[in-house]
Design a protein around this ligand. Structure first.
Ligand SMILES: [Fe+2]
Ligand SMILES: [Fe+2]
Length: 474
């Protein structure tokens, strides 16, 4: 499909041929910009940022680099090219043609799925709005803003679907996406992780590693959807999402690398000594990791879920990379859950596979998370340190599913509430940890310079040198 980058709203959906839709979106556009100015990145709107912009979905156009002032970023509507004769890939309607319109009986469920996904996109921009002031380098500042403008584009992607396929209630939902705000007492964002403040860069890297990765798995599940416009929208969003996780992966890796350097210089791994030297001690990194990993696990929903079963049965939301499974119908299969037995242990219970879909997706997510840990642990191993980063058990600190509110240790062993309270400071960031991490946060805006608590990146963005002027401050 032609992409109309010159239009007021760049798009590859031939928006110009549907005047009503075009007008509705042009009406929403100033409200979006209003939101961006009020709750998007604070204060850097006059800076020239070296950003990539999608101007089409082909390999040439999807990542066009250049200096842009963020409010002038061209947020466009881009869907992956339609496949030829795409068929439903799973569930009861397996093998039938995909839908180009929303079937009436699935309308409210699909709308809910799109709204829930859409809500996370502006939420993260709101969560990160003050981080620019304390960026450890111009390189990082640019990456933050890249993530922010793309989350803005992902909001556009969901708003397009709501406007184009859900009529009046879709338009109302689009308005509400700008009315709920992260952490707002009266109108919070829908999912709790997206109401957690992100007030330091260690949290930002953890968020982009663990929470954007949840986004990847949600998008992959929705990319399998029988509702073809949703599938194609999510396919294209995934190409942008990869960079967000890269920012988290390399960000955490650079923090650990710098800590190793400091431990070497000092000749000790004593956390207090590391802190005195201005780096982040490894136990603190681990506590931040425990917090964001456990919080992100909740986003996949309950481990036994009749909603998940009906999404799968009806072909609304599949498993990531569905083609890798042998059986796409998944009836007559079972899945074994480990549930709390109420006596301080666990018991096994078989449930129908379709009801376990959240757990199946969560499992592949956990496997994907482990890859970063392997990389970070290699740094420690090569430097000769015995310390290893680890993922806590998926039972740890859950607030959703069978293990919700059951205190366990990091290995998932159920423990008493008193023991949890007594050991919580070992496992989760304390006020003291947060205050220390905050004390390191000072903006470094000199070209090629890097804050002392983080190592420089291996390479620059888009083959530019590492000391490139990634952001031109006014
Ligand atoms: Fe996103
Ligand atoms: Fe993202």
């Amino acid at each position: 499909m032609e992409s109309n980058y010159q239009d007021r709203i760049p798009n590859n959906v031939d928006l110009g041929s549907n005047r009503t839709l075009q007008r509705a979106l042009e009406h929403w556009q100033p409200e979006f910009l209003n939101w961006w100015h009020g709750l998007g990145p604070s204060d850097f709107n006059a800076s020239e940022v070296y950003l990539r912009t999608a101007i089409s979905v082909d390999t040439k156009g999807w990542a066009t680099f250049g200096y842009v002032k963020m409010p002038e970023y061209r947020w466009g509507i881009f869907l992956a090219e339609p496949g030829t004769d795409r068929r439903i890939g799973f569930g009861d309607n397996y093998g039938q043609p995909v839908w180009q319109q929303v079937p009436g009986e699935h309308r409210s469920t699909l709308r809910r799925l799109i709204v829930t996904q859409g809500d996370t996109e502006p939420a993260s921009v709101e969560q990160q709005r003050l981080l620019g002031h304390t960026a450890p380098s111009l390189y990082d500042l640019r990456n933050l803003f890249q993530v922010n403008v793309e989350e803005g584009r992902h909001l556009w992607a969901m708003v397009y679907l709501l406007h184009a396929y859900f009529g009046r209630d879709g338009r109302e939902e689009a308005e509400e996406l700008l009315e709920r705000h992260s952490g707002d007492a009266d109108k919070p964002r829908i999912l709790s992780t997206f109401n957690e403040p992100i007030s330091d860069w260690l949290s930002f890297y953890m968020f982009t590693y663990f929470t954007d990765r949840d986004g990847k798995f949600q998008l992959k599940s929705l990319a399998e959807s029988s509702f073809d416009p949703l599938s194609r929208t999510c396919q294209f969003m995934l190409t942008e999402e990869a960079h967000h996780m890269f920012v988290g992966d390399t960000g955490i890796g650079r923090v650990i690398k710098r800590t190793i350097e400091v431990m070497k210089e000092l000749g000790t791994d004593d956390p207090e000594a590391v802190r005195k030297a201005g780096a982040v001690d490894l136990p603190t990194v681990q506590r931040y990791l425990n917090f964001w990993f456990s919080s992100s696990l909740d986003l996949f929903g309950g481990d036994s879920s009749s909603n998940a079963a009906s999404y799968f049965a009806n072909g609304l939301k599949g498993r990531p990379d569905e083609e890798r499974y042998e059986d796409h119908v998944a009836t007559g299969q079972s899945y074994t859950l480990e549930l709390p037995n109420g006596k301080g242990g666990a018991k096994r219970e078989e449930i129908p596979m379709r009801n376990a879909m959240n757990e199946v997706v969560r499992e592949s997510y956990v496997r994907d998370c482990e890859k970063g840990l392997a990389r970070w642990n290699r740094l420690l191993e090569e430097a000769g340190y015995p310390h290893r980063m680890m993922l806590p058990s998926t039972r740890f600190r859950r607030t959703v599913g069978s293990w919700a509110n059951i205190p366990t240790d990091l290995n998932g062993k159920p423990i008493g509430a008193e023991e949890f309270a007594a050991r919580e400071t070992e496992w989760l960031p304390t006020e003291n940890d947060r205050a220390y991490v905050r004390s390191l946060m000072h903006g470094v805006f000199e070209r090629g310079k890097m804050a002392g608590w983080i190592a420089p990146p291996e390479r620059g963005i888009n083959t530019q040198p590492r000391d490139f002027e990634y952001v031109k401050l006014p």
